[in-house]
Design a binder for this molecule. Structure first.
Ligand code: FE2
Length: 289
């Protein structure tokens, strides 16, 4: 077990600007790792042309005024200045891209990656405990299962990467009071493709809402909450990686996720084993690359 030590202090709320800046840095680092893919001129003209056309249609159908246009410009500028574009994109847009891309992927359902993924986390055993504080708050949770090909073949030495919020709804790397690497790690499956990850149940959390993203939510009368979830990225040699989330079925906000990223196939219902530990099994099926 790896332990990230630190006293569990009362959770100060990271500001939207802090979280936004962290998400921007993380995105740039991840983008550099993934490389840049150029689209053809024809595709850029087609996609951007249709976006602009759709915006003009909305202006006409809603009879948009000059003050509303200027307010929109000011908001767009504030999102950029606050470093909140990764947040805005992942909360309001990514789910549609993920839905579209997953049409051509068989096996376990995917969900959005979101802005809080950080690469290069420690590889742990098939049976492991995520790095956490000595006094980590929350209900102990064991997520176990098997990684298989969609033909049923167990996938040994596949990687089940997990990252999640803590019991107060904060992610390490994006909240200064949470130690780096807290509740992040990679389980490596055994010879039969099995894994068992000990962690704590995450809490629902509000996306950063003190900045321009929050002002938009408030202006529209929308809430800023995501239901409790675990983020997962499952990798195996020769197979397509699956990025997904598992949602606690009994969590608040499962029916009104601000990021619109829940899917019924991804709900889990951990059961107390009688010792205060909640346990749940979830298997992952990957198709060949
Ligand atoms: Fe999340």
């Amino acid at each position: 077990m790896t332990t990230a030590q630190d006293n569990q202090s009362p959770a100060p709320s990271p500001t939207a600007a802090d979280s936004g800046a962290s998400a921007t840095v993380a995105f740039k680092q991840n983008a550099a790792r993934r490389g840049v893919v150029a689209s053809s001129q024809e595709r850029v003209a087609g996609i951007v042309g249709d976006i602009l056309s759709a915006v003009r249609d909305v202006i006409r159908s809603h009879d948009v005024t000059y003050p509303e246009y200027q307010a929109t410009k000011a908001w767009l500028m504030a999102v950029g200045e606050g470093g909140e574009w990764p947040l805005v994109m992942d909360v309001f847009i990514e789910h549609a891209v993920e839905d579209q891309v997953s049409q051509s992927q068989n096996g376990t359902k995917g969900s959005i990656e979101g802005p809080y993924y950080l690469p290069d986390q420690p590889k742990l055993g098939a049976t492991c405990t995520l790095p956490m504080r000595a006094d980590e708050k929350g209900t102990p949770l064991v997520l176990s299962g098997q990684v298989r090909d969609i033909d049923g073949t167990p996938l040994a030495a596949s990687e089940v990467e997990i990252w999640q919020a803590d019991d107060d709804g904060y992610y390490s790397g994006f909240a200064p009071h949470v130690p780096d690497g807290n509740l992040r790690g990679v389980a490596v499956t055994d010879a039969d493709g099995h894994f068992a990850i000990s962690t704590i149940q995450p809490a629902p959390y509000q996306i950063p809402h003190e900045g321009p993203t929050g002002r938009l939510l408030e202006a529209a009368g929308w809430h800023p909450w995501r239901p409790a979830h675990l983020h997962l990225m499952v990798r195996a040699d020769g197979h397509r990686t699956i990025t997904t989330q598992l949602y606690l079925a009994t969590s608040a906000y499962v029916d009104s996720d601000v990021a619109s990223a829940t899917k019924p196939e991804l709900f889990i219902e951990p059961v107390d084993d009688g010792t205060g530990v909640a346990r749940v099994t979830y298997d992952f099926e990957l198709e060949k690359a």
